[in-house]
Design a protein. Structure first.
Length: 122
């Protein structure tokens, strides 16, 4: 996936140079520490963090659900410091939880779904 002239890649990358000097498999589980997230993805994570933070404070929700929402915040608020697998796991957890929570969680569900589509390349 590329945007604004910068490129990033998730997943494994194999480089072969004939039968000698092969690099092997380069595992790409997320952006390198010195590689910034694409602006669109970073912005969506920031929006989702704000929405989930507010939702986790909603006293109308059961305490267990508020706690589950709070537990997603470390990944949401610092996606650049996390592996892609952590993003996906957290976003899948959020989509399931927010579907159960209904109308109050609709904005979080929309953002989480949008992010999953972006990082999955759809």
């Amino acid at each position: 996936m590329s945007g604004n002239g910068s490129q990033f890649q998730f997943g494994d990358n194999v480089t072969m140079h004939g039968g000698q000097g092969n690099v092997g498999i380069q595992h790409n589980h997320g952006p390198a520490a010195d590689q910034a997230l694409p602006p669109e993805i970073a912005a969506l994570f920031a929006q989702l963090t704000a929405v989930v933070t507010e939702l986790a404070r909603d006293a109308r929700l059961p305490a267990e659900d508020r706690q589950s929402l709070e537990e997603t915040l470390p990944v949401l608020s610092n996606p650049a410091g996390q592996e892609r697998r952590s993003w996906r796991n957290t976003l899948h957890l959020l989509t399931g939880l927010t579907r159960e929570l209904g109308e109050a969680a609709a904005p979080a569900l929309g953002l989480a779904t949008q992010l999953l589509a972006l990082i999955s390349g759809h």
